[in-house]
Design a protein around this ligand. Structure first.
Ligand code: HMG
Ligand code: MG
Length: 302
């Protein structure tokens, strides 16, 4: 087991971080968050969703957010749950999209009104019929635990991941949607998934509800995974996973990576400053322990 030399962090705060909030965050503030985090060194963003505004009102302005981002160069990914979402993402000028699979039928049904089987067929259609120059990421949500059905079978998740890669999905992200998994669960899951899918096609998306996300990230790094999502200030959750909190805080992940000597190209203090200001402006709780500690150690940065 050797750690990767460098990892790519995809910043999820503007999408996963905001999607469950009641009060609508204005378009300019969402785009500003992406711009400011890009200035802090982040180069890949789980930026917006193209989902039904009736289901997730907070994400109703996906196209406008993309148009309002000033930064040149960061990879902007749009979440698409179906063909209509794909068309809207393409019309917004995106070339990177994320499609939604899940291990659990109940979660999939509540999240996108489709069984796992139906969701997989939607993805197949999207990849087959979508423009050829698109890059596809697929999430397999509830990869270890479902809020409705409990623990999931790693074999089943590995089978879904393998199928998605066979269909032409470049990256499969294992979504630990509700943040219950411990390193033991993640180890068992990765043993199965990496038995079927090359490590360079696998990423992880850990929520931190039970405080296990950093420990779980170490397990992923030990297995050579170099792609991971995180959310500045630990913002986030899923509207269809009650009680789940945000992703691993970007700042906490950066502190871990620095300690392990793994390169990432991101400025922890700058991320903390951006996220703290954003939380203050929008009356949100700032949830990064490393960010709080770094700001306390050098108050001028936060
Ligand atoms: P549905 O009701 O079955 O859709 O919802 P439908 O096809 O029957 O259409 C009904 C209406 O929705 C129609 O409008 C469509 O035009 C519209 P009407 O004729 O009634 O005016 N519609 C759309 N509008 C905008 N964009 C679209 C779209 N599709 C249909 N793409 C649907 C199905 C998937 C749309 C719905 O269930 C939905 O939007 N779900 C939201 C899912 C979501 O955003 N969940 C949170 C993100 S997933 C997540 O957070 C997990 C992740 O972080 C990983 C992890 O943590 O594990 C990624
Ligand atoms: Mg999530």
């Amino acid at each position: 087991m050797t750690y990767p030399d460098r990892v790519t962090i995809t910043e999820s705060s503007s999408r996963d971080g905001l999607q469950s909030l009641g009060a609508f965050v204005p378009t300019e503030a969402k785009a500003g968050l992406i711009d400011d985090l890009a200035t802090a060194g982040l180069k890949s963003f789980d930026a917006v969703s193209f989902v039904s505004p009736k289901w997730v009102p907070q994400m109703a302005d996906g196209a406008e957010v993309i148009a309002a981002v000033h930064s040149d160069g960061p990879r902007l990914i749009g979440l698409v749950p179906n063909m209509q979402g794909l068309e809207n993402a393409v019309a917004a000028g995106l070339t990177d999209v994320a499609v939604l699979a899940a291990a659990s039928d109940t979660f999939s049904q509540r999240n996108i009104n489709a069984s796992v089987d139906e969701a997989m067929h939607r993805i197949r259609r999207i990849v087959l019929e979508g423009p050829v120059d698109l890059t596809y990421r697929a999430y397999v949500s509830t990869a270890t635990h479902c809020p409705y059905e409990g623990e999931q079978d790693p074999d089943w998740v590995a089978h879904l991941a393998e199928t998605l890669v066979e269909w032409g999905v470049e990256e499969v992200f294992l979504g630990e949607t509700i943040g219950m998994a411990t390193p033991a669960h993640v180890g068992r899951l990765l043993d199965e998934v990496l038995g079927l899918v090359p490590v360079d096609r696998v990423g992880v998306h850990f929520h931190d509800t039970y405080g296990q996300a950093v420990a779980n990230t170490v397990v992923a790094l030990e297995r050579g995974i170099d792609k991971m999502d995180a959310s500045a200030g630990g913002l986030g959750g899923c509207p269809y996973a009650p009680g789940a909190t945000g992703n691993v805080a970007t700042e906490d992940l950066l502190w871990l990576l620095d300690g392990l000597g793994i390169k990432h190209g991101v400025d922890l203090a700058a991320v903390a400053e951006v996220a703290q200001r954003f939380c203050l402006d929008h009356d949100l709780t700032y949830n990064s322990r490393a960010g709080k500690a770094a700001s306390a150690a050098s108050p001028s940065s936060g």
